[in-house]
Every structure is written in C-alpha cells, then in structure tokens.
Unconditional design. Structure first.
Length: 296
C-alpha cells in the first residue's frame, strides 16, 4: 500500500478538508483529491463523505484511520533505524515573544544536546496571526494563546492573567483614569483587560500600544502605565497588583499546541514532547491532563 496515499488520507482526516490538507502537504487541492481517489479505488471503499460544507470519514474511513497512522509511524521508524532520514531536519516553530522568553531558553539548550543537527526556524508574532499561518501550512508547530476554538489546537492547560505595575507604583497616583499599555486590537489580553474594567465601570485610557513586549514593558517599568501579563512574563522592576488593591479579576487564558497533521519524525516528536513538558511543568515530570492549572 502506497504510504504517500496514506499520508494524504490521514492529513485530510485531521484537517477535515482537502484545501487545508493541500496547504499542509504543499500540494494543490486537486492533487490531494486525486490521491484520495486512488486510495479509494485500491481499497474498493469510499473513505470520505463530501458535502459542500464538510469532509467527514465514512465508516470504512474510520476503520482505516488507526491502521494508516500506525503504518506511517512504522515507516518513519524504519527510516530512522536505517539512517535514511535526512540530517538537519527543519522544524518551523512559532510562538509569541513573551512565550519564547519564558519557555525557549530551557528547551533550546536541552533539545540541542539530543538533536544537534536539527534546524529551527523560529517566528514570533501575536497568537492569532501565528495560528492563521499554521492553517495556511506555513508552520509545523505553534505554541499559542487560544483566541477562538480550532480543530488543530491541543489544550495544554491554563495560565492566570494578572495586572502588572512598576514595583514602587501605587494605583491611586493616577486618580480616576487608569493608564494602560496594551497590545493592539485582536490581542486576547487587551480584550480581557478592557472587558473587566468595563464591567466595573472603571475609567481607563490606552496610552501606550505596541505589538512588541518591549514597547509595553518600558512605560510600565517607568511607572507610566499598567498592563496585563501572565505571572511568568512579569518584567524586571514590576510587580503583580494584589487583589486588595481593587482591580477586577482577569480570569485565565488557554495555552495550546498546534502540530502539523500527517507529519511525524523522531526529532519533531521529541521537540513537541519537550515543549509540552516545559510549558506545563517547567521540569521533566509527566504532563497533567488538560484542565489542571499551570503552576506560576
């Protein structure tokens, strides 16, 4: 059985569409459709139900899927065992700048010792933009803050959001209008901050806006504004505002991992596993089930 056809089948099943699968496989939609047609002809069964809005597995497709995944895993393992895997595998990874600063120092050093020939193409941007690039097939792995539900995101856990000010800053210095330093429109931290203040009818003004953490941190560190972070991202010279200081609670954000469907390798598997361990625990213990609160 042609594993190339099986890889196309698994990718279409995981992406739930031919167009999205084509972007992941770097093929046209018609080429992927032709691969599925060839596989269906070989199996003598229809594997997908196609409608104008969705592509769903048939009963025969559901039965084939676990076998197809297993066969692709065996193929990858055989290539690794025979040394047929190309050296210097490229992993296209993306995350936000603040997540990169929190998680990557430990990951990169540890991972490089195990896979010194693996190349990492690192991109940093807002989570919503990175998920869009992933869905276009431009990235292999994305660690993001969930903005809206997606088919590809694996929930790792939750991080609390906190108000942050300079260490020596008292909120009453600003009077009735709270000065804010936030990301541009589209950032979930900004949305939570403005929603929380609006519900309690607190007056505010966005005085500093920047897509870069540096552009947010500088006015906060100087005592000119306040912002919203996760505890792991509080910059030097700043503190978390206590509950007794009267600001509304912000809730939590969901942290998720997106991984390119239909693609596996020892190096990529190890990278994702190492990333998940560091994100969830910041050590080497086993990851908790989704729903456990991430430690600060």
């Amino acid at each position: 059985m042609d594993t190339g056809l099986l890889r196309a089948f698994v990718t279409v099943a995981e992406c739930q569409g031919f167009s999205a699968a084509g972007k992941v496989l770097h093929r046209t939609q018609s080429a992927v459709s032709l691969q599925i047609k060839r596989l269906e002809d070989q199996m003598g069964k229809a594997l997908f139900e196609r409608t104008s809005r969705s592509v769903l597995l048939t009963r025969h497709g559901e039965r084939l899927l676990p076998y197809a995944r297993h066969m692709l895993t065996l193929e990858d393992e055989a290539r690794d065992a025979l040394g047929d895997r190309r050296r210097g595998e490229l992993i296209r990874f993306a995350t936000s700048e603040e997540q990169a600063g929190a998680y990557l120092p430990a990951l990169l050093e540890r991972y490089a010792r195990r896979y010194p020939d693996t190349r990492l193409d690192l991109n940093c941007d807002m989570s919503s933009a990175l998920v869009g690039q992933f869905q276009e097939g431009l990235l292999d792995v994305v660690l993001s803050v969930r903005h809206t539900p997606t088919q590809s995101g694996q929930l790792l856990g939750w991080e609390p959001m906190v108000w942050v000010v300079a260490e020596d800053c008292r909120l009453d210095r600003w009077g009735d209008v709270l000065p804010l330093a936030l990301n541009p429109e589209g950032c979930i931290f900004r949305a939570h901050a403005l929603s929380a203040l609006g519900k309690e009818e607190r007056r505010w003004e966005v005085r500093y806006a920047s897509q870069s953490p540096t552009g947010i941190n500088l006015p906060v560190q100087a005592g000119l504004a306040m912002t919203v972070k996760t505890p792991r991202s509080v910059p030097d010279g700043c503190r978390i505002v206590g509950e007794e200081e009267g600001l509304p609670p912000l809730g939590q954000v969901e942290i998720e991992l997106h991984r390119r469907p239909g693609h596996t390798s020892e190096a990529l598997d190890a990278f994702c596993e190492e990333l998940e361990r560091i994100v969830v625990h910041n050590d080497d213990v086993a990851a908790p089930h989704p729903g456990d609160i991430l430690p600060e």
